[in-house]
Design a protein around this ligand. Sequence first.
Ligand code: HEC
Length: 138
Amino acid sequence: MERKIIIGILVLSVLGFLLMSVNDTYAQSMTNPIPLSLGKGVSVERGAAIFAQQCATCHGLSGRRDGPRSFSWTKEQYMPDLSVKEVITGRDEQLFTNIKEGLARFPEPMIVMPQWKYILSDEDIWSVIKYIQTLPRM
Ligand code: HEC
């Protein structure tokens, strides 16, 4: 009687172990298809997610000054077109500084660009610059 119980327990634990390892292999084969804006590394995907969250409201998803906020601005209120090559190529350092520190080159009623240094990390900012630099092709 005692022997049967011990064998039963052994069989159950072997089965349990097998089931667990099958489950593990399945979990390891899955990858999250959604790019995260957090985490390490500079990438266009990360930049795209940040741009959609933080920047598109003013600049528009494709950088063409057509964000939802643009409806309350007049034509005179300056907003750069981020799909223009001259604005976004060959000026990496300057773009980085202007995004990090903010930009207010004109007096009111011109719109200012907020500073992002307390909201975005340096890697976030470089990612967003990489994303902006894909805009002329869109
Ligand atoms: C409140 C509206 C607003 C938001 C939000 C905003 N911007 Fe701007 N952005 C502006 C304005 C206005 C300017 C032009 C300011 C100037 O020239 O004085 C500008 C300028 C820029 C420029 C051009 C800088 C240069 O050196 O030519 C870049 C690049 C830019 N923004 C990127 C971003 C990114 C990236 C984000 C999100 C992290 C963002 N902006 C969020 C309003 C905004």
